[in-house]
Design a protein around this ligand. Structure first.
Ligand code: ATP
Length: 235
């Protein structure tokens, strides 16, 4: 098991966002966390990467308790996080954005990692010296993914990679995610597009108002009546 989250509680002031979330991710898996707006999906990812401090509960990464470890150390341990809304630096070039992703990487692996990212995303290579603000939404999502990959994370946390993208680009991004996983990256994927997420995930957790209400193999949840009704348009 690469990640184990136990009984996680997170509050923003008086608002309790997570009421004891537990989940596990095994090495090599794509695990998806689905749920409506405000269910607590982003909060869960932010707690794992050290951006939100939990009130209680524990987070273990490769057996080490990281619940109180600072965010920059968590990145260095091998957890990459692509936040919601992509958040690339618009005034920096594609290459500069990727360089920032590697700020803690050793210089000897920088060029190798950059070459790998460009190999995986030829469109980023073509736009290497263009400002990120000139990229399309799909290309910005690729850049955000590429930036996280510069550190060759063991576990990649993806927050709503399909947000704001046209259907064709959603397909392309999900294809890339599946490919990254095949090449060995373990992925925890937060998505509102439950149909797409369940189609590439091995297992899934359904979150409602800060609690896990269902979990299991993605294929089983795809045909679960409550999931179909609430998240797959009842079809
Ligand atoms: P979305 O898809 O809309 O991001 P989500 O499932 O990721 O939804 P969270 O963003 O984790 O949900 O939010 C969980 C709860 O915590 C919500 O009730 C939300 O309003 C609240 N919340 C999130 N961020 C903050 C914040 N910075 N301050 C106060 N409340 C917050």
């Amino acid at each position: 098991m690469i990640l184990q989250v136990q009984d996680l509680q997170v509050a923003y002031g008086n608002i309790q966002a997570l009421h004891g979330v537990s989940l596990e991710v095994n090495e090599g898996e794509i695990v998806t966390l689905i749920g409506a707006n405000g269910a607590g999906k982003s909060t869960t990812l932010r707690a794992i990467s050290g951006l939100n401090r939990p009130k209680s509960g524990t987070i273990r990464f490769q057996g080490t308790d990281i619940t109180r470890v600072p965010a920059h150390q968590i990145v260095a341990m091998g957890i990459g996080h692509v936040p919601e809304g992509r958040r690339v630096f618009p005034d920096l070039t594609v290459r500069e954005n990727l360089e920032l992703g590697a700020y803690i990487a050793r210089p000897d692996t920088f060029h190798k990692n950059l070459a790998e990212v460009f190999e995986r995303f030829p469109r980023l290579k073509e736009r290497e010296f263009q400002k990120a603000s000139t990229l399309s939404g799909g290309e910005q999502q690729m850049l955000a993914l590429g930036r996280a990959l510069m550190l060759q994370p063991k576990l990649l946390l993806l927050d709503e990679p399909s947000m704001g993208l046209a259907p064709r680009l959603v397909q392309e991004i999900f294809g890339i995610i599946a490919e990254l996983n095949k090449r060995g990256t373990t992925i925890l994927l937060v998505e509102q597009n439950a149909a797409m997420a369940l189609s590439i995930a091995h297992r899934a957790y359904v979150l409602e108002t800060g609690r896990v209400v269902l979990s299991g193999p993605a294929a089983e949840l795809q045909s679960h009546p409550a999931v179909r009704e609430a998240y797959l348009g009842g079809s």
